[in-house]
Design a protein around this ligand. Structure first.
Ligand code: NDP
Ligand code: GDR
Length: 373
Protein backbone atom coordinates (compact mmCIF):
# COMPACT_ATOMS: atom_id res chain seq x y z
CA UNK A 1 0.00 0.00 0.00
CA UNK A 2 1.43 3.42 -0.95
CA UNK A 3 1.50 5.99 1.82
CA UNK A 4 -0.58 9.14 1.55
CA UNK A 5 1.54 12.12 0.62
CA UNK A 6 1.53 14.96 3.12
CA UNK A 7 1.40 18.60 2.01
CA UNK A 8 1.77 21.72 4.13
CA UNK A 9 0.30 24.94 2.71
CA UNK A 10 1.09 28.36 4.15
CA UNK A 11 -1.52 30.94 3.16
CA UNK A 12 -4.18 28.21 3.12
CA UNK A 13 -6.95 30.76 3.76
CA UNK A 14 -6.05 32.80 0.65
CA UNK A 15 -7.26 32.48 -2.95
CA UNK A 16 -4.57 30.03 -4.09
CA UNK A 17 -4.54 28.18 -0.77
CA UNK A 18 -8.21 27.34 -1.19
CA UNK A 19 -7.88 26.07 -4.79
CA UNK A 20 -4.66 24.18 -4.02
CA UNK A 21 -6.18 22.49 -0.94
CA UNK A 22 -9.11 21.27 -3.03
CA UNK A 23 -6.78 20.07 -5.77
CA UNK A 24 -4.46 18.15 -3.41
CA UNK A 25 -7.34 16.59 -1.46
CA UNK A 26 -8.75 15.27 -4.75
CA UNK A 27 -5.32 13.77 -5.46
CA UNK A 28 -5.52 11.88 -2.15
CA UNK A 29 -3.10 14.02 -0.13
CA UNK A 30 -3.30 14.68 3.58
CA UNK A 31 -3.35 18.48 3.58
CA UNK A 32 -2.15 20.64 6.46
CA UNK A 33 -2.63 24.39 6.37
CA UNK A 34 -1.20 27.26 8.38
CA UNK A 35 -3.66 29.97 9.31
CA UNK A 36 -3.16 33.15 11.28
CA UNK A 37 -5.03 34.01 14.40
CA UNK A 38 -7.56 36.73 13.65
CA UNK A 39 -10.28 38.37 15.70
CA UNK A 40 -12.97 37.18 13.28
CA UNK A 41 -13.25 33.91 11.38
CA UNK A 42 -10.91 34.04 8.37
CA UNK A 43 -11.61 30.66 6.78
CA UNK A 44 -14.47 31.57 4.40
CA UNK A 45 -12.67 30.26 1.35
CA UNK A 46 -11.98 26.84 2.85
CA UNK A 47 -15.03 26.31 5.04
CA UNK A 48 -16.39 23.74 2.58
CA UNK A 49 -13.27 21.62 3.23
CA UNK A 50 -13.45 21.89 7.03
CA UNK A 51 -13.46 18.65 8.98
CA UNK A 52 -14.58 18.36 12.59
CA UNK A 53 -11.43 18.04 14.75
CA UNK A 54 -13.21 15.41 16.87
CA UNK A 55 -13.41 13.00 13.95
CA UNK A 56 -10.60 10.45 13.34
CA UNK A 57 -8.66 10.14 10.09
CA UNK A 58 -9.00 13.73 9.00
CA UNK A 59 -7.16 14.65 5.82
CA UNK A 60 -7.52 18.45 6.10
CA UNK A 61 -5.94 19.90 9.23
CA UNK A 62 -5.31 23.53 10.17
CA UNK A 63 -2.58 24.84 12.49
CA UNK A 64 -2.10 28.30 13.94
CA UNK A 65 1.15 29.88 12.79
CA UNK A 66 2.65 32.95 11.20
CA UNK A 67 5.42 33.51 8.68
CA UNK A 68 6.93 36.12 11.01
CA UNK A 69 7.24 33.57 13.85
CA UNK A 70 9.99 30.96 13.30
CA UNK A 71 9.03 29.01 16.41
CA UNK A 72 5.53 28.34 15.12
CA UNK A 73 6.89 27.29 11.71
CA UNK A 74 9.50 24.97 13.22
CA UNK A 75 6.93 23.36 15.48
CA UNK A 76 4.46 22.79 12.65
CA UNK A 77 7.02 21.44 10.17
CA UNK A 78 8.36 19.11 12.86
CA UNK A 79 4.89 17.84 13.72
CA UNK A 80 3.61 17.47 10.13
CA UNK A 81 6.83 16.11 8.51
CA UNK A 82 5.55 17.21 5.10
CA UNK A 83 6.61 15.73 1.76
CA UNK A 84 5.77 19.04 0.12
CA UNK A 85 5.59 22.61 1.41
CA UNK A 86 3.77 25.24 -0.65
CA UNK A 87 4.74 28.69 0.61
CA UNK A 88 1.77 30.77 -0.52
CA UNK A 89 1.47 33.05 2.52
CA UNK A 90 2.27 36.70 1.98
CA UNK A 91 1.17 40.26 2.47
CA UNK A 92 0.26 40.06 -1.19
CA UNK A 93 -1.09 43.53 -1.98
CA UNK A 94 1.40 45.66 -3.92
CA UNK A 95 -0.16 49.03 -2.97
CA UNK A 96 -0.36 48.05 0.72
CA UNK A 97 3.35 47.14 0.67
CA UNK A 98 4.15 50.85 0.27
CA UNK A 99 2.21 51.45 3.51
CA UNK A 100 3.68 48.47 5.39
CA UNK A 101 7.13 47.91 3.85
CA UNK A 102 8.85 46.43 6.90
CA UNK A 103 6.11 43.94 7.67
CA UNK A 104 5.96 42.97 3.99
CA UNK A 105 9.73 42.34 3.95
CA UNK A 106 9.46 40.29 7.11
CA UNK A 107 6.55 38.09 6.01
CA UNK A 108 7.22 37.83 2.27
CA UNK A 109 11.04 37.84 2.26
CA UNK A 110 12.32 36.45 5.56
CA UNK A 111 9.22 34.23 5.86
CA UNK A 112 10.54 32.08 2.99
CA UNK A 113 13.94 31.86 4.69
CA UNK A 114 12.32 30.75 7.96
CA UNK A 115 10.62 27.85 6.21
CA UNK A 116 13.77 26.80 4.34
CA UNK A 117 15.70 26.93 7.61
CA UNK A 118 13.02 24.86 9.34
CA UNK A 119 13.49 22.16 6.69
CA UNK A 120 17.27 22.28 7.20
CA UNK A 121 17.27 22.43 11.00
CA UNK A 122 14.93 19.42 11.12
CA UNK A 123 17.13 17.45 8.69
CA UNK A 124 14.33 17.19 6.10
CA UNK A 125 16.42 18.41 3.10
CA UNK A 126 16.07 15.09 1.28
CA UNK A 127 12.43 14.52 2.18
CA UNK A 128 10.62 17.84 1.92
CA UNK A 129 10.11 19.60 -1.41
CA UNK A 130 9.57 23.37 -1.30
CA UNK A 131 7.49 25.60 -3.61
CA UNK A 132 7.94 29.37 -3.40
CA UNK A 133 5.15 31.63 -4.69
CA UNK A 134 7.21 33.99 -6.80
CA UNK A 135 5.69 36.66 -8.96
CA UNK A 136 5.72 38.54 -12.25
CA UNK A 137 6.11 41.69 -10.10
CA UNK A 138 9.82 40.73 -10.03
CA UNK A 139 10.03 42.00 -13.63
CA UNK A 140 8.56 45.38 -12.60
CA UNK A 141 10.10 47.88 -14.99
CA UNK A 142 10.25 45.35 -17.79
CA UNK A 143 13.56 44.70 -19.51
CA UNK A 144 12.17 42.42 -22.24
CA UNK A 145 8.75 41.64 -23.79
CA UNK A 146 7.41 39.04 -23.20
CA UNK A 147 8.99 38.08 -19.87
CA UNK A 148 10.45 34.59 -19.47
CA UNK A 149 12.66 32.69 -17.01
CA UNK A 150 15.83 34.47 -18.21
CA UNK A 151 14.43 38.03 -18.24
CA UNK A 152 16.28 40.27 -15.75
CA UNK A 153 14.37 41.44 -12.68
CA UNK A 154 13.65 45.09 -11.78
CA UNK A 155 11.27 45.15 -8.81
CA UNK A 156 9.15 48.31 -8.33
CA UNK A 157 7.58 47.97 -4.88
CA UNK A 158 8.48 46.86 -1.35
CA UNK A 159 6.38 43.76 -2.12
CA UNK A 160 8.41 42.91 -5.21
CA UNK A 161 11.72 43.57 -3.46
CA UNK A 162 10.71 41.23 -0.60
CA UNK A 163 9.69 38.59 -3.15
CA UNK A 164 13.05 39.05 -4.89
CA UNK A 165 14.81 38.01 -1.67
CA UNK A 166 12.49 35.01 -1.35
CA UNK A 167 13.19 34.04 -4.98
CA UNK A 168 16.96 34.07 -4.57
CA UNK A 169 17.05 32.44 -1.13
CA UNK A 170 15.04 29.57 -2.64
CA UNK A 171 17.57 29.24 -5.48
CA UNK A 172 20.45 29.52 -3.00
CA UNK A 173 19.15 26.76 -0.70
CA UNK A 174 18.65 24.52 -3.73
CA UNK A 175 22.24 25.07 -4.82
CA UNK A 176 23.86 25.15 -1.37
CA UNK A 177 22.09 22.22 0.29
CA UNK A 178 20.78 20.17 -2.64
CA UNK A 179 17.20 20.81 -1.57
CA UNK A 180 14.30 20.34 -3.98
CA UNK A 181 13.22 23.98 -3.87
CA UNK A 182 11.73 25.90 -6.75
CA UNK A 183 10.04 29.14 -7.76
CA UNK A 184 6.84 29.47 -9.72
CA UNK A 185 7.01 32.92 -11.28
CA UNK A 186 3.27 33.35 -11.61
CA UNK A 187 1.62 36.17 -13.49
CA UNK A 188 -1.67 37.60 -12.15
CA UNK A 189 -4.30 34.96 -11.59
CA UNK A 190 -7.83 35.66 -10.51
CA UNK A 191 -11.11 33.94 -9.67
CA UNK A 192 -14.33 34.55 -7.76
CA UNK A 193 -12.21 33.90 -4.64
CA UNK A 194 -9.84 36.79 -5.41
CA UNK A 195 -9.49 39.35 -2.59
CA UNK A 196 -11.94 42.24 -3.05
CA UNK A 197 -9.23 44.94 -3.24
CA UNK A 198 -7.34 43.51 -6.22
CA UNK A 199 -8.40 45.29 -9.37
CA UNK A 200 -10.27 42.47 -11.17
CA UNK A 201 -12.44 41.56 -8.21
CA UNK A 202 -12.93 45.21 -7.33
CA UNK A 203 -14.25 45.72 -10.87
CA UNK A 204 -16.56 42.68 -11.05
CA UNK A 205 -17.96 43.38 -7.59
CA UNK A 206 -18.57 47.07 -8.30
CA UNK A 207 -20.04 46.56 -11.79
CA UNK A 208 -22.48 44.00 -10.41
CA UNK A 209 -23.52 46.43 -7.66
CA UNK A 210 -23.82 49.34 -10.12
CA UNK A 211 -26.00 47.17 -12.38
CA UNK A 212 -28.37 46.49 -9.47
CA UNK A 213 -28.44 50.07 -8.25
CA UNK A 214 -26.54 49.33 -5.02
CA UNK A 215 -23.62 51.58 -5.97
CA UNK A 216 -23.28 54.57 -8.32
CA UNK A 217 -19.69 54.54 -9.40
CA UNK A 218 -16.46 52.55 -9.43
CA UNK A 219 -13.26 54.47 -8.57
CA UNK A 220 -10.03 53.14 -10.08
CA UNK A 221 -6.37 54.16 -10.33
CA UNK A 222 -4.23 53.54 -13.42
CA UNK A 223 -6.66 52.21 -16.03
CA UNK A 224 -3.96 51.84 -18.68
CA UNK A 225 -2.00 49.21 -16.71
CA UNK A 226 -1.64 46.01 -18.74
CA UNK A 227 -1.69 42.58 -17.14
CA UNK A 228 -1.52 38.94 -18.20
CA UNK A 229 -4.52 37.54 -16.30
CA UNK A 230 -5.15 33.80 -15.88
CA UNK A 231 -7.45 31.69 -13.69
CA UNK A 232 -6.18 30.58 -10.25
CA UNK A 233 -7.57 27.07 -10.75
CA UNK A 234 -5.22 26.50 -13.70
CA UNK A 235 -2.26 27.98 -11.86
CA UNK A 236 -2.43 25.86 -8.68
CA UNK A 237 -2.24 22.72 -10.80
CA UNK A 238 1.06 24.03 -12.08
CA UNK A 239 2.30 24.63 -8.53
CA UNK A 240 1.79 20.93 -7.85
CA UNK A 241 3.35 19.84 -11.17
CA UNK A 242 6.48 21.80 -10.36
CA UNK A 243 7.06 19.65 -7.28
CA UNK A 244 6.62 16.34 -9.16
CA UNK A 245 9.68 16.60 -11.46
CA UNK A 246 13.03 14.78 -11.27
CA UNK A 247 14.88 18.05 -10.67
CA UNK A 248 13.74 21.32 -9.19
CA UNK A 249 13.47 24.11 -11.73
CA UNK A 250 11.90 27.58 -11.85
CA UNK A 251 9.03 28.26 -14.26
CA UNK A 252 7.11 31.25 -15.60
CA UNK A 253 3.36 30.64 -15.53
CA UNK A 254 1.25 32.94 -17.68
CA UNK A 255 -1.30 32.94 -20.49
CA UNK A 256 0.75 34.95 -23.01
CA UNK A 257 -2.14 37.41 -23.49
CA UNK A 258 -2.45 40.90 -22.15
CA UNK A 259 -5.37 43.26 -21.44
CA UNK A 260 -5.67 46.70 -19.83
CA UNK A 261 -7.62 47.49 -16.67
CA UNK A 262 -9.94 49.54 -18.91
CA UNK A 263 -10.57 46.47 -21.12
CA UNK A 264 -11.31 44.39 -18.03
CA UNK A 265 -14.03 46.90 -17.10
CA UNK A 266 -15.47 46.74 -20.65
CA UNK A 267 -15.60 42.92 -20.68
CA UNK A 268 -17.11 42.73 -17.19
CA UNK A 269 -19.83 45.30 -17.94
CA UNK A 270 -20.64 43.62 -21.29
CA UNK A 271 -21.49 40.40 -19.43
CA UNK A 272 -24.37 42.28 -17.77
CA UNK A 273 -25.46 43.97 -21.00
CA UNK A 274 -23.77 47.32 -20.29
CA UNK A 275 -21.55 48.98 -22.90
CA UNK A 276 -19.06 51.41 -21.35
CA UNK A 277 -17.41 54.15 -23.41
CA UNK A 278 -14.32 55.87 -21.98
CA UNK A 279 -13.83 59.62 -22.41
CA UNK A 280 -11.25 62.10 -21.16
CA UNK A 281 -7.67 61.54 -20.13
CA UNK A 282 -5.59 60.85 -17.04
CA UNK A 283 -7.30 61.85 -13.83
CA UNK A 284 -10.28 63.19 -15.83
CA UNK A 285 -11.06 59.96 -17.64
CA UNK A 286 -14.56 58.59 -17.05
CA UNK A 287 -16.50 55.52 -18.11
CA UNK A 288 -20.01 56.33 -19.36
CA UNK A 289 -22.83 53.92 -20.10
CA UNK A 290 -23.46 54.09 -23.87
CA UNK A 291 -25.86 51.16 -24.28
CA UNK A 292 -27.88 48.86 -22.01
CA UNK A 293 -29.13 45.50 -23.34
CA UNK A 294 -31.25 42.83 -21.63
CA UNK A 295 -32.88 43.18 -18.24
CA UNK A 296 -30.02 42.58 -15.84
CA UNK A 297 -28.80 46.17 -15.50
CA UNK A 298 -30.79 49.04 -14.00
CA UNK A 299 -28.37 51.80 -15.02
CA UNK A 300 -29.16 54.22 -17.89
CA UNK A 301 -27.37 55.51 -20.94
CA UNK A 302 -25.30 58.53 -19.91
CA UNK A 303 -24.61 57.36 -16.33
CA UNK A 304 -20.97 57.87 -15.32
CA UNK A 305 -20.09 54.58 -13.67
CA UNK A 306 -16.26 54.70 -13.67
CA UNK A 307 -14.03 57.53 -12.43
CA UNK A 308 -10.32 57.86 -11.66
CA UNK A 309 -9.23 58.42 -8.07
CA UNK A 310 -5.49 59.26 -7.83
CA UNK A 311 -5.49 57.69 -4.36
CA UNK A 312 -5.10 54.37 -6.18
CA UNK A 313 -1.99 55.44 -8.09
CA UNK A 314 1.19 53.77 -6.84
CA UNK A 315 4.45 55.63 -6.07
CA UNK A 316 6.14 53.41 -8.67
CA UNK A 317 3.86 51.55 -11.07
CA UNK A 318 4.30 48.37 -13.08
CA UNK A 319 2.76 49.49 -16.38
CA UNK A 320 2.91 46.29 -18.39
CA UNK A 321 3.37 42.57 -17.81
CA UNK A 322 3.16 39.81 -20.39
CA UNK A 323 4.48 36.31 -19.73
CA UNK A 324 5.96 33.69 -22.01
CA UNK A 325 5.02 30.26 -20.60
CA UNK A 326 6.89 28.27 -23.31
CA UNK A 327 9.15 26.42 -20.84
CA UNK A 328 6.16 25.24 -18.80
CA UNK A 329 4.43 24.08 -21.98
CA UNK A 330 7.45 22.24 -23.36
CA UNK A 331 8.79 20.62 -20.19
CA UNK A 332 5.63 20.04 -18.19
CA UNK A 333 2.94 19.95 -20.85
CA UNK A 334 1.08 22.74 -19.04
CA UNK A 335 -1.27 25.13 -20.80
CA UNK A 336 -4.00 27.23 -19.23
CA UNK A 337 -7.49 25.83 -19.92
CA UNK A 338 -9.70 28.74 -18.86
CA UNK A 339 -9.82 31.71 -21.25
CA UNK A 340 -9.84 35.37 -20.25
CA UNK A 341 -13.50 35.70 -21.34
CA UNK A 342 -14.48 32.65 -19.25
CA UNK A 343 -12.61 34.07 -16.26
CA UNK A 344 -14.38 37.43 -16.46
CA UNK A 345 -17.76 35.73 -16.90
CA UNK A 346 -17.27 33.45 -13.89
CA UNK A 347 -16.23 36.38 -11.69
CA UNK A 348 -19.04 38.71 -12.74
CA UNK A 349 -21.68 35.98 -12.40
CA UNK A 350 -20.50 35.19 -8.90
CA UNK A 351 -20.49 38.85 -7.86
CA UNK A 352 -23.87 39.45 -9.52
CA UNK A 353 -25.36 36.64 -7.40
CA UNK A 354 -23.85 38.19 -4.26
CA UNK A 355 -25.14 41.64 -5.22
CA UNK A 356 -28.65 40.27 -5.82
CA UNK A 357 -28.57 38.79 -2.34
CA UNK A 358 -27.56 42.22 -0.92
CA UNK A 359 -30.30 43.81 -2.98
CA UNK A 360 -32.94 41.47 -1.50
CA UNK A 361 -31.63 42.15 2.01
CA UNK A 362 -31.97 45.88 1.36
CA UNK A 363 -35.47 45.52 -0.08
CA UNK A 364 -36.52 43.62 3.05
CA UNK A 365 -35.59 46.70 5.07
CA UNK A 366 -32.27 45.49 6.49
CA UNK A 367 -29.08 47.51 6.24
CA UNK A 368 -26.68 46.10 3.61
CA UNK A 369 -23.23 47.43 4.48
CA UNK A 370 -20.67 48.08 1.80
CA UNK A 371 -17.00 48.69 2.30
CA UNK A 372 -15.10 50.45 -0.48
CA UNK A 373 -11.32 50.42 -0.81
P1 NDP B 1 -3.98 36.06 -0.87
O1 NDP B 1 -3.70 37.46 -0.45
O2 NDP B 1 -5.35 35.68 -1.31
O3 NDP B 1 -3.59 35.07 0.33
C1 NDP B 1 -2.46 35.29 1.13
C2 NDP B 1 -2.47 34.30 2.27
O4 NDP B 1 -1.34 34.55 3.11
C3 NDP B 1 -3.70 34.40 3.19
O5 NDP B 1 -4.03 33.10 3.61
C4 NDP B 1 -3.18 35.21 4.36
O6 NDP B 1 -3.88 34.99 5.56
C5 NDP B 1 -1.78 34.62 4.46
N1 NDP B 1 -0.84 35.44 5.21
C6 NDP B 1 -0.57 36.75 5.05
N2 NDP B 1 0.40 37.14 5.92
C7 NDP B 1 0.72 36.04 6.65
C8 NDP B 1 1.62 35.79 7.70
N3 NDP B 1 2.40 36.75 8.20
N4 NDP B 1 1.71 34.54 8.21
C9 NDP B 1 0.91 33.55 7.73
N5 NDP B 1 0.02 33.72 6.74
C10 NDP B 1 -0.06 34.96 6.21
O7 NDP B 1 -2.92 35.70 -2.00
P2 NDP B 1 -3.06 34.71 -3.27
O8 NDP B 1 -3.69 33.45 -2.83
O9 NDP B 1 -3.61 35.48 -4.41
O10 NDP B 1 -1.52 34.46 -3.61
C11 NDP B 1 -0.80 33.39 -3.02
C12 NDP B 1 0.68 33.70 -3.09
O11 NDP B 1 1.10 33.85 -4.44
C13 NDP B 1 1.10 34.98 -2.39
O12 NDP B 1 2.39 34.76 -1.83
C14 NDP B 1 1.21 36.01 -3.50
O13 NDP B 1 2.14 37.01 -3.17
C15 NDP B 1 1.70 35.13 -4.64
N6 NDP B 1 1.32 35.53 -5.96
C16 NDP B 1 0.00 35.75 -6.26
C17 NDP B 1 -0.38 36.04 -7.55
C18 NDP B 1 -1.80 36.29 -7.91
O14 NDP B 1 -2.02 36.86 -9.00
N7 NDP B 1 -2.76 35.89 -7.11
C19 NDP B 1 0.63 36.11 -8.64
C20 NDP B 1 1.98 35.83 -8.21
C21 NDP B 1 2.29 35.54 -6.93
P3 NDP B 1 -5.27 35.78 5.88
O15 NDP B 1 -6.34 35.07 5.12
O16 NDP B 1 -5.38 35.63 7.36
O17 NDP B 1 -5.08 37.20 5.42
P1 GDR C 1 -1.00 43.57 -8.92
O1 GDR C 1 -2.59 43.44 -8.82
O2 GDR C 1 -0.50 44.83 -8.34
O3 GDR C 1 -0.64 43.28 -10.35
O4 GDR C 1 -0.52 42.41 -7.96
P2 GDR C 1 -3.74 44.53 -8.64
O5 GDR C 1 -4.97 43.84 -9.08
O6 GDR C 1 -3.70 45.13 -7.29
O7 GDR C 1 -3.33 45.67 -9.69
C1 GDR C 1 -3.23 45.42 -11.08
C2 GDR C 1 -3.07 46.74 -11.82
O8 GDR C 1 -4.29 47.46 -11.73
C3 GDR C 1 -4.00 48.82 -11.41
N1 GDR C 1 -5.15 49.44 -10.75
C4 GDR C 1 -5.65 49.13 -9.55
N2 GDR C 1 -5.29 48.17 -8.64
C5 GDR C 1 -6.02 48.08 -7.51
N3 GDR C 1 -5.71 47.12 -6.62
N4 GDR C 1 -7.07 48.92 -7.23
C6 GDR C 1 -7.45 49.90 -8.10
O9 GDR C 1 -8.38 50.64 -7.84
C7 GDR C 1 -6.72 50.01 -9.32
N5 GDR C 1 -6.83 50.80 -10.40
C8 GDR C 1 -5.88 50.45 -11.26
C9 GDR C 1 -2.77 48.72 -10.50
O10 GDR C 1 -2.12 49.98 -10.41
C10 GDR C 1 -1.98 47.65 -11.24
O11 GDR C 1 -1.24 48.21 -12.28
C11 GDR C 1 -1.14 41.13 -7.98
C12 GDR C 1 -1.03 40.53 -6.58
O12 GDR C 1 -1.78 39.35 -6.54
C13 GDR C 1 0.41 40.20 -6.26
O13 GDR C 1 0.47 39.47 -5.04
C14 GDR C 1 0.99 39.34 -7.39
O14 GDR C 1 2.34 39.06 -7.13
C15 GDR C 1 0.83 40.05 -8.73
O15 GDR C 1 -0.53 40.30 -8.94
C16 GDR C 1 1.35 39.19 -9.87
Amino acid sequence: MTQKKIALITGVTGQDGAYLSEFLLKKGYEVHGIKRRSSLFNTDRIDHLYQDPHVDNRNFILHYGDLTDSTSLLRIVQKVQPDEIYNLAAQSHVAVSFEEPEYTANADGIGALRLLEAIRILGLEKKTRFYQASTSELYGLVQEIPQKETTPFYPRSPYAVAKLYAYWITVNYREAYGMYACNGVLFNHESPLRGETFVTRKITRAIARVALGLQDCLYLGNMSALRDWGHARDYVEMQWMMLQQDHAEDFVIATGQQYSVRQFVEFAAKELGITVAFEGEGENEVGIVSKVEGDRAKCKVGDVIVRVDPRYFRPTEVETLLGDPTRAKERLGWTPRITFQELVKEMIESDYTAARRDSLVKMAGFQAYDYHE
